[in-house]
Design a protein around this ligand. Structure first.
Ligand code: ADP
Length: 170
């Protein structure tokens, strides 16, 4: 089973084999984690995303899917971009959020990553309630087959996020 660790901080400062980006379907940048990753990782990441749009991902990346690029200047080998669902009070989109974690892990494993850092996908601009986002994240990672990934690190930006994830792992 993978080891789950929690840290409070900025995901762009992490050292890991793979860092997950809470991207949007355009793959061409946005706010929150996405903006921070492109700012700190440099233009190489956006170039790689543009190349994906020009080839296999002409219509962008679908919600719940994931794709890897270079990590540019980040302290990582890969950035794995995944598109979380926007929160909806009418429709249960939990399986799409779980899919983000599962697909990102599957791609990390394919790339031979041993450590992967995740943000709390969908809990920012996309409005997912933090406690529920934390529950789905931890449950999905716990039950996913991830070898050779040995450590899944959740990097939580603020106290609220850190506490919500802490309640799930203890
Ligand atoms: P989404 O569009 O999927 O909601 P966001 O990037 O808006 O993605 O937010 C996802 C989560 O990441 C939120 O909890 C937000 O507070 C947090 N966050 C924002 N910037 C960073 C960062 N640099 N490092 C780690 N977490 C971050």
């Amino acid at each position: 089973m993978v080891r789950i660790t929690l840290v409070q901080g900025d995901i762009t400062e992490q050292q890991a084999d793979a860092i997950v980006n809470a991207a949007n379907s355009s793959l061409l940048g946005g706010g929150g984690v996405d903006g921070a990753i492109h700012r700190r990782g440099g233009p190489e990441i956006l170039e790689a995303c543009r190349a994906l749009r020009a080839s296999h991902y002409g219509k962008g990346l679908a919600t719940g899917q994931a794709v890897a690029t270079t990590a540019g200047r980040l302290h990582a080998d890969h950035v794995i971009h995944t598109v979380g669902p926007v929160w909806s009070g009418e429709e249960d989109r939990s399986s799409l959020l779980a899919s983000c974690y599962r697909e990102s892990l599957r791609i990390a494993a394919e790339l031979g990553a041993r450590t992967i850092a995740f943000p709390a996908i969908s809990t920012g601009i996309y409005g997912w309630p933090m406690d529920d986002g934390a529950r789905i994240a931890v449950e999905t990672v716990r039950t996913a087959s991830a070898a050779p990934v040995a450590e899944v690190r959740f990097v939580l930006f603020d106290d609220t996020a850190y506490e919500a994830f802490s309640r799930q792992v203890t």
